[in-house]
Design a binder for this molecule. Sequence first.
Ligand code: NAP
Length: 302
Amino acid sequence: MRNVTIIGSGPAGLTAAIYAARANLSPLLIEGLQAGGQLTTTTEVENYPGFHHAIMGPELMKEMRAQAERFGTEFLAGEVTAVDLKHSPLSLTVNGEERIETRTLIIASGASAIQLGVLGESRLMGHGVSTCATCDGYFFRGKELVVVGGGDSAMEEATFLTKFATRVFVVHRRDKLRASKIMQDRALKNEKVTFIWNSVVEEILGKEVVTGVRLRNLQTDQTSDLSCAGMFVAIGHNPNTSLFAGQTEMDAKGYILTKNVPGVFAAGDVQDSRYRQAVTAAGSGCMAAMDAERYLEALGAH
Ligand code: NAP
């Protein structure tokens, strides 16, 4: 029987692991399909305190993992495929076979990129359609690209992609960006970035690979085709909570709401639709681990 099991290996999960391990709780951390989480697909992280010259996302996650390991966290590579939070002890199934029983569970399974849901998107995913500039930008050297979205992610991806692409068109459905001022300014000042306002991508064109996108201007209702070699979708994320449906309380968008199941705690993007920052995820990971420790103390198990 485990005292603490953590699902997820982003900043929330790893910070929970650091705290739980230092509290002598010997946590088990199940890493998930994308070990290290969303930051492993980003470039420079400039707003995580302690790194005034910035740090690369994958490097930050490597450091956090090493720190959690140093204090005795046990790591399990794999995906949680089922959970039972209705009985005590709580139980999980990993990779469809390995069963784990635990007194407390910290859910830090993060969030995943939302797709547009337009014609051609699924078919051409990985063939010019991407949700990760860091992963795929390199393949588009000397090409023209489209980025969809008006938030920080879209600005970050567009700016990053200008390292490879000759031109990056940012297609945004309004005429105002949602992104923070600093990220907006960086993209707006970049000579390789062209904004296409009040427009949406209606279809992605191309037989085997992306050759262009069909745009609709929402003010004039006119459509036009724009040729490009790739399209990056950067319109936000959905929490990875389908596994917990019916077993923990969630809001309308599927974010985990409260600690309504004894022994179950949540941290990071899976319970935060508002801030979604590495530092807030880490902070909530610390809180979840401390809550788990207090819960175990009250049970007399620690
Ligand atoms: P976001 O802030 O929710 O922005 C999503 C953008 O996509 C919005 O501009 C939205 O348009 C647009 N959009 C949503 N659905 C769409 C659809 N179906 N079709 C077309 N456009 C659509 O998401 P995000 O940019 O991923 O950022 C999420 C959080 O992470 C934010 O808190 C952000 O600050 C943070 N973040 C921070 C950094 C950084 O600081 N380095 C980097 C990335 C992300 P509307 O504006 O019209 O709603």
